[in-house]
Ligand binder design. Structure first.
Ligand code: F6P
Length: 345
């Protein structure tokens, strides 16, 4: 193993923020400084900071008090340096390569979701020593059982669903809640089960609105006082209308039952990380530094079972981890009588 003392590693956070990012930054920083004597450079605003050379040397003091802090102290952006990279004007990759050298970096830790892992792989192909750390509330990064941010979002969404039960019961209403997840239904599936949803609609299971309303009508014929409908933002719907609004309007029109919708939105991305996310983010951060010390680059840190390992970034790029329709929570949910909007319900 090459001497690590005074190695300089850069950290950047890119894409949508989520609880746990600062815990990951802390895991990288404290391991690098305390265990390996490395220097840690915090790069601002995702890949934009690498292009504009916005960075600062971290010392231990800046890593204190951030374990429980939501968001990212480095800031983030959705800048994609390789977008239109065939276009001659786009010399972002060249600028990044030069800045990486001028900053004297020996390695770069990219904390991000799907898109950021794709950029990380391209930077690795450009010759940078890159390690990816998968974060997102969506849990849709291929190659890892789970991303940090997901557990916190499920906790937030479940607490919201719990609160909808009491107001739905008071007014004898159907309450629809739309949750985030981009093109995947992980947050809706997990918090729908945890929160006692009666209907759970996710992009991975095409739904028929008449199956949904027929199910709800049967509930009301059986004197159920209210229903909870959990809807992932990425389900099939007309352009220009929110999924939750669309489903709520359809239910109200087709059942005549008073229906209201809640779009939970960015609340799912805010605030302090759950204990599990703090632990996972810390493990991922520490493992990233161990990989750097071993000289292992071009990989993404991942969780497989209870092991934190790594997977080549090239295997992760251009893939999205969607909910398999046969997922155990779907099978068990069907047996509980939960409706997933399809004929099998
Ligand atoms: O990827 C996280 C996420 O919150 C998705 O669930 C959501 O669809 C998207 O980001 C929203 O993007 P933005 O923060 O750019 O509005």
């Amino acid at each position: 193993m090459a001497p690590t003392k005074d190695m300089k590693i850069g950290i950047l956070t890119a894409g949508g923020d989520c609880p746990g990012i600062n815990a990951a930054i802390r895991g990288v920083g404290k391991t690098a400084i305390t265990e390996y004597g490395m220097k840690v450079i915090g790069i601002s605003s995702g890949f934009r900071g690498l292009i504009e050379k916005e960075y600062a040397l971290f010392d231990e003091s800046q890593l204190s008090g951030i374990l429980t802090l939501g968001g990212t102290i480095l800031g983030t952006s959705r800048d994609k340096p390789f977008k239109n990279s065939t276009n001659a004007e786009n010399n972002s990759p060249k600028i990044i390569r030069n800045n990486y050298k001028e900053m004297g970096l020996d390695a770069l830790v990219v904390i991000g979701g799907n898109g950021s892992m794709k950029t990380a792989q391209k930077l690795y192909e450009e010759g940078l020593n890159v390690i990816g750390l998968p974060k997102t509330i969506d849990n849709d990064v291929w190659g890892t059982d789970v991303t940090f941010g997901f557990d916190s979002a499920v906790l937030i969404a479940t607490e919201a669903i719990d609160r909808l039960h009491t107001t739905a019961n008071s007014h004898k209403r159907t309450m629809v809640i739309e949750l985030m997840g981009h093109h995947a239904g992980w947050i809706s599936l997990f918090s729908g089960i945890a929160g006692g949803g009666d209907v759970i609609l996710i992009p991975e299971i095409p739904y028929n609105i008449d199956v949904v309303t027929g199910y709800l009508n049967k509930r009301y014929q059986n004197k159920k006082p209210y229903s909870i409908v959990v809807v992932a933002e990425g389900i099939e719907k007309p352009r220009g209308v929110r999924a939750g609004t669309y489903i709520a309007q359809a239910i109200q029109e087709k059942t005549g039952h008073e229906t209201r919708e809640t779009i939970l939105g960015y609340i799912q991305r805010g605030g302090t990380p759950s204990p599990m996310d703090r632990i996972l983010a810390t493990r991922f951060g520490a493992h990233a530094v161990e990989l750097i010390a071993e000289g292992k680059f071009g990989v993404m840190v991942n969780l497989v079972g209870d092991q934190v390992t790594s997977i080549p970034l090239r295997e992760v790029s251009n893939k999205t981890k969607l909910v398999p329709p046969g997922h155990t929570l779907i099978e068990k949910g069907r047996k509980l009588g939960i409706n997933f909007g399809d004929k099998r319900s």
